[in-house]
Design a protein. Structure first.
Length: 460
């Protein structure tokens, strides 16, 4: 008889797993990231509107003249384009999003380098670069980190650098310098060429423009790398949390901690002596007949939850659910010095828990639940089996005998039946033997269906 414990995790070589399951799980995680991206896009657009509003107010204080309306017009265009980006993001049109982001940057660039049509000032085109307008591109870049992929953030940096540079070259090409100013500034500051360039209204200060572009690209690439690492970290952590959650479904918390650090016990196909426990609800088929399916499922959930708690509390491994019962092992995946003691103590406490549950059920007018438990100690083979689909299997006569002992509880009208083999192991472990075996009576030479030789059993 083969009984398995499936755990879809990074221990996929040992548990029930499709070869591409990790990739499939990553797709679900990436889908969740995509949903968060859309939420981030909503947040980014709202942040854009708030930032543009605050910028508009700031500009009024910085330039309290009618010419500021030109910049307010640019801000309104950016806000309107943000609304379009939001619409495109809601329907998942990534190419449209990229186009609108590009439009964003074009609007920003034109607004910064094109002379203000509402201004009466006559100044060289190079002066457009003296107002530190480039720093507003960082708002677009920062907002992009809330919603876009790392590639898009790097693209924003690249496009901005390209457009700012192209705009600067075009402005330099078409600009008409004010005659004589550069010469007079250079003459007045003949000993200070750097200061002369800084104060020359005709100078585009190419070193400053190049510095702006390089710094912006460095920031964009750094943010892009950080976002990529963050996404990878989220995917990795999601996978690890999923793996740990899956492990915790079958193993006690201390075993989960051990397996999280070292999965070698699962890799080896080996022979071990372990304790095997079977439990199920007596007469459950009759109980379920004619009852509401939801009521039946709730009873099973309550039963399984209580029993698995006891398995884990006694350092056992939940091998699998068996309809109205379950199979647990003690000594897998790593044997301990008290496997038999833990198994028998678990059986006793399962009986106590069911008794307490029946008190609650009786108070609620529900029928009592009766259980049968079989426990045996013996040799099994542990290891993963299968080809494309792997299962961590517990195979051997010990599994068969434990299942037969559970069925034997019906003949005795008992709550639990133990093999004499587990009693012998209990004596070797020597931990509170009288207390653990209290209430068990020995029955010698019992015929157990499926077992060739009569065997001594202990009945509770």
């Amino acid at each position: 008889m083969s009984d398995t414990a499936a755990n879809e995790s990074r221990f996929s070589r040992f548990f029930v797993t499709r070869p591409d399951q990790y990739d499939l799980d990553n797709k679900y995680t990436e889908a969740a990231l995509e949903r968060h991206k859309r939420e981030g896009l909503e947040l980014a657009v709202r942040a854009r509107w708030i930032a543009m509003g605050l910028t508009g107010i700031l500009l009024i204080f910085l330039n309290p003249h009618w010419e500021v309306m030109w910049y307010h017009f640019i801000l309104l265009l950016i806000c309107a384009n943000g609304w379009l980006i939001r619409r495109a993001g809601q329907v998942g049109q990534s190419r449209t999003e990229l186009l609108l982001i590009f439009v964003d940057l074009v609007i920003m660039t034109l607004g910064m380098i094109v002379p203000n049509p509402f201004s009466d000032d006559v100044r060289p085109l190079a002066m457009q670069y003296r107002f530190d307008n480039f720093q507003y591109f960082f708002i677009i870049l920062a907002a992009g980190t809330l919603a876009y992929s790392w590639r898009t953030v790097v693209a924003i940096g690249s496009w901005t650098a390209l457009m700012w540079t192209v705009g600067w070259v075009i402005a330099w090409w078409v600009s008409t310098p004010i005659p004589g100013i550069s010469e007079r500034v250079a003459q007045a500051l003949s000993g200070y060429p750097d200061v002369a360039e800084l104060l020359d209204p005709n100078s585009f200060m190419p070193s400053q423009r190049i510095q702006q572009v390089i710094v912006f690209m460095m920031v964009a690439v750094t943010l892009g790398i950080s976002m990529r690492r963050l996404n990878q970290l989220l995917l990795t952590n999601a996978g690890l949390e999923r793996e740990r959650a899956n492990l915790s479904r079958y193993f006690s918390p201390n075993v989960v901690d051990q397996l999280s650090q070292n999965d070698e016990p699962l890799k080896q196909v080996r022979k071990e002596n372990i304790a095997v426990l079977f439990i199920d609800i007596v007469g459950f088929t009759k109980y379920a007949a004619g009852r509401d399916p939801y009521e039946v499922i709730e009873v099973l959930r309550g039963f399984h939850a209580r029993m698995e708690t006891e398995v884990f509390r006694h350092h056992g491994t939940l091998d699998k659910y068996l309809g109205d019962g379950l199979m647990a092992t003690f000594g897998t995946p790593v044997p301990t010095p008290l496997d038999a003691t833990n198994a028998v103590a678990c059986a006793r406490d399962m009986v106590r828990v069911v008794d307490r549950w029946n008190v609650e059920r009786k108070r609620q007018g529900e029928p009592e639940i009766q259980v049968g438990i079989g426990v045996h100690y013996g040799s099994v083979v542990l290891g993963d089996i299968g080809a494309n689909r792997l299962e961590f299997a517990v195979i051997g006569d010990a599994v068969n005998v434990a299942a037969k002992l559970e069925a034997l509880t019906r003949e005795f009208g008992a709550r639990a039946v133990l093999s004499d083999a587990i009693n012998v192991q209990l004596q070797q472990e020597g931990q509170n033997l009288p207390e653990v075996m209290e209430g068990f009576a020995k029955h010698e030479k019992q015929t157990v269906r499926g077992v060739e030789e009569p065997m001594d059993v202990w009945v509770l």
